[in-house]
Ligand binder design. Structure first.
Ligand SMILES: [Zn+2]
Length: 342
């Protein structure tokens, strides 16, 4: 009897050791965290549905509760929200300033003139995001041999569909010999531009509006390319940054809904890492950004609206509205104009 107890304890210890060994590798070093730290697991945003405008016919367009969105009914009994491009462009100048359908590089903004950090809304109420192509990353952003790789290469078979990443407008469709090959550049409401290179086929035209998940072309091997792949770039004001900061290409998910774009990211040596310290910091920033964004409220100007009426309806004053929007009490309001009320 005396012998059995130690053996039992030894067996129990072995079992618990085995249990520890079976646990996945812990990447979190809890000692490095402050005592009151809360670990928040970020849930990546799944890719939205594909959008095929050619196979279906629009049966009807109805207004929705949001003036910026219409409900479009299709003949296959499906429906979806579609942006009302007449009034809902977040910043109208995005699609007019530096808009050139012939020149790839149109921004003259220098790196030093870009804010140290800025908040980019990747998705809005439409949750409009779709991966450009889901697959293995074969070449990362950054220094590669003697050149700088301006984007991420994703493996594919020639003919694979390539999708618009966010809603936006086609700026460039061209062929760049010895470089991008067949190239599409889209500009999005959030101010970002996405580049899709080495395509075998281009299925859109400049100035056309596109929806996230809409097929814009087919993957290929055109231009300076060995083996079929998608060369995908993300740019802000002409400056590139690592697309893997936003997209997990192996799963197709968007890593975050709001992105704090830092000027340091534009360095070709700044790559996305799974560094936990940075993740924690980003989580904190995300929470702050979300709180600030939640506090902001807009009103879309309707027929008959005056600053006084908007102020009363939103429990604020005309003076405050003027301050928030950088306008005068005498400014004329346009229907569809977005007025920040909080
Ligand atoms: Zn590439």
């Amino acid at each position: 009897m005396n012998l059995r107890k130690p053996i039992f304890l030894f067996m129990a210890a072995l079992t618990s050791l085995a249990a520890v060994a079976q646990q996945p590798t812990q990447t979190i070093n809890k000692d490095s965290l402050p005592d009151d730290a809360i670990i928040v697991k970020r849930v990546p945003l799944e890719s939205g549905p594909e959008f095929n405008a050619t196979d279906v016919l629009v049966v009807d367009t109805l207004p929705s509760s949001s003036e910026g969105l219409n409900i479009v009914l299709y003949n296959d009994n499906t429906w979806r929200y579609v942006r009302n491009r007449n009034i809902n462009v977040l910043d109208e100048t995005v699609f007019t300033q530096n808009w050139d359908t012939t020149k790839i590089q149109v921004y003259t903004t220098e790196l030093k003139d870009i804010p140290i950090s800025m908040v980019i809304d990747l998705v809005d109420t439409l949750k409009s995001y779709h991966y450009p192509h889901k697959g293995r990353v074969t070449s990362k952003y950054g220094p590669r041999r003697r050149r700088i790789h301006q984007g991420t290469d994703i493996d594919l078979e020639t003919g694979d569909p390539i999708y618009a990443t966010f809603d936006g407008r086609v700026r460039i469709c061209t062929y760049v010999r010895g470089g991008y090959g067949n190239l599409i550049i889209l500009r999005h409401d959030n101010g970002l531009e996405t580049f899709y290179g080495h395509l075998s086929e281009i299925m859109v035209k400049p100035n056309e509006w596109v929806t996230a998940g809409q097929q814009i072309g087919k993957g290929g091997n055109t231009g300076r390319s060995t083996g079929s792949h998608l060369h995908f770039e993300m740019r802000y004001k002409g400056q590139t940054f690592d697309p893997e900061r936003l997209i997990d290409f192996s799963t197709g998910t968007l890593r975050r809904e709001t992105f704090l774009l830092k000027r340091t990211y534009f360095s070709p040596y700044s790559r996305f890492t799974q560094d936990f310290e940075e993740e924690i910091q980003s989580d904190e920033e995300d929470k702050k950004i979300a709180a600030e964004a939640a506090a902001i409220k807009y009103h879309i100007v309707k027929r008959g609206d005056t600053l006084g009426r908007i102020a009363i309806n939103n429990h604020t004053t005309v003076t405050k509205l003027c301050q928030l929007n950088g306008i005068k009490k005498t400014s004329v309001l346009r229907i569809g104009q977005r007025i920040r009320v909080r």
